[in-house]
Design a binder for this molecule. Structure first.
Ligand code: ACO
Length: 429
């Protein structure tokens, strides 16, 4: 039986359908609201607004659940590899052996970037942020790999998706090497995705990089945990920009720009900077907690809180375990890990953090893992972007394929001045 919500406006009752998702989430469908009532809804930050129906990722923020295409992220982190998870997100099902091999071969075949693009990488100032470089260069990919009219739309999408997945990783390593003034290391055909990336980052003409399978596994887990998170800020940006029917490179470039923000993907960098500050000021987290509680201080505890999770972020829990393992393995003592654990312990007992449902999010421990595997701090958000790419792609594809496709264009409630006349400049003042 169809469920309905009733809305009474000026004494007149309107019926709005209630739709139910596959996990029991309910939503009032207001798509005909303006047409029928003349009203729009006001929902700053889209806190109560579902932008789409999606069958990719399920998050239950109250229970701390995250699943990709129905599979719990804990299982994927334990058993899958990033490339397989990317296939799952983009195609909807886990691949067979043959499909996975073919996908991996394609990713290797497309891993080089056009040599002429190097000139751009080489001419960014040395202090340029790698996220700015990445977003510009991803947008520039369209110029280097234009659409070929003879290809079908499906072929064009498939090749663009493959190029993006393969080249984003190459471009990230390329910018790292060039900004340091080091020799660029090319991708190698025989290496799988994560090992190939690590090799491009850390191999050098004077010392070859030894691939450590535990580090490769940790990086796979890091990317799997970041691979999708339904309608977060950067994914919403990809959907919104994509809805204008721009090419996929441009839509992904918009996602990278959104991710750069410190309230979103930039938080992993902010966490390490905060932990370093705590370390340098004597390693006592309490003054930082006091600042986070103080309403007159804009300071927030980086890596705490989440728009959706009002329980422990399940990705944060897995990341903490991976951190412990990798730090034990690389035998690098990191005082920041101890500070992070102490900070977490104190914050989780603090009434302010309890009352506000503030728990560590994925970024709280991810920066420590990245430090342990020698990723420089300004590359942290780039690592997040590589991980989130399959999510952006799958969400973009889903939004393009929806039968009720609409360009996204929110309304507003205008609160400015009413109509008034133009005043010539000599009469103003
Ligand atoms: N430290 C201190 N107080 C906080 C924090 C924090 N990290 N996060 C939220 N609060 C408080 C706010 O001050 C507010 O308090 P009030 O109701 O007493 O005024 C309340 O909690 C709600 O905060 P909002 O900003 O309204 O919550 P929202 O859901 O919009 O914010 C966000 C989520 C942006 C992630 C926020 O928790 C935050 O800024 N955290 C720090 C940055 C961070 O770690 N970002 C990474 C998020 S995960 C990701 O993007 C992958």
């Amino acid at each position: 039986m169809e469920q309905i919500a009733k809305l009474v406006v000026d004494g007149k009752t309107f019926e709005l359908p209630i739709i139910t998702g596959s996990e029991g989430e309910r939503a009032v469908d207001i798509s005909r609201l303006r047409q029928e009532t003349g009203l729009v809804t006001l929902d700053p930050g889209f806190v109560n607004t579902a932008n789409c129906q999606s069958c990719i990722t399920f998050v239950d923020g109250e229970k701390g659940i995250l699943r990709y295409r129905g599979i719990p992220v804990e299982q994927l982190a334990e058993h899958s590899r990033f490339v397989e998870t990317a296939y799952l997100l983009i195609n909807g099902e886990l691949p067979t052996h043959e499909q996975l091999n073919r996908f991996s071969v394609l990713l290797n075949d497309h891993s080089l970037v056009h040599e002429d693009m190097r000139a751009f990488f080489e001419n960014f100032p040395r202090w340029a942020h790698p996220m700015g470089i990445l977003s510009s260069m991803v947008n520039a990919l369209r110029a280097f790999y234009p659409e070929i009219p003879e290809r079908s739309e499906e072929e064009e999408i498939n090749i663009t998706v493959t190029r993006l997945l393969s080249k984003l990783r190459t471009m990230a390593a390329l910018s790292y090497k060039i900004l340091r003034g080091h020799k660029v290391i090319y991708p190698r055909q025989e290496l799988p995705y994560a090992a190939n990336f690590l090799n491009m980052m850390f191999d050098s003409p004077v010392r070859s990089y030894e691939i450590d399978e535990d580090v490769v596994k940790a990086l796979n887990v890091f990317w799997i945990l970041h691979a999708d998170h339904e309608q977060n800020c950067s994914t919403a940006a990809v959907r919104l920009v994509g809805s204008a029917k721009v090419n996929l490179y441009a839509a992904i470039s918009a996602g990278i720009s959104a991710l750069w923000g410190p309230l979103h993907g930039g938080a992993n960098q902010a966490v390490v900077e905060m932990l370093r500050e705590i370390h340098e000021s004597g390693s006592d987290p309490n003054p930082f907690l006091a600042r986070a509680r103080d309403k007159n201080d804009p300071f927030r505890l980086a890596g705490f809180g989440h728009r959706v999770y009002k329980a422990y972020d399940p990705r944060g829990r897995i990341m903490k375990g991976v951190c412990d393992k990798v730090l034990g393995k690389v035998t690098r003592e990191d005082p920041l890990l101890d500070i992070a654990k102490r900070l977490e312990e104190v914050a989780l007992k603090d009434p302010y953090f309890i009352d506000h449902n503030l728990y560590p999010n994925i970024d709280f421990y991810s920066g420590i893992l990245l430090r342990a595997i020698r990723i420089p701090t300004n590359m942290f958000t780039v690592m997040f972007a590589i991980g989130r790419l399959p999510g952006w792609i799958s969400q973009w594809k889903e939004s393009m394929e929806t039968p009720h496709w609409k360009m996204q264009r929110p309304r507003q409630i205008y609160t400015g001045p009413e109509e008034k006349d133009y005043v010539p400049i000599e009469k103003r003042g």
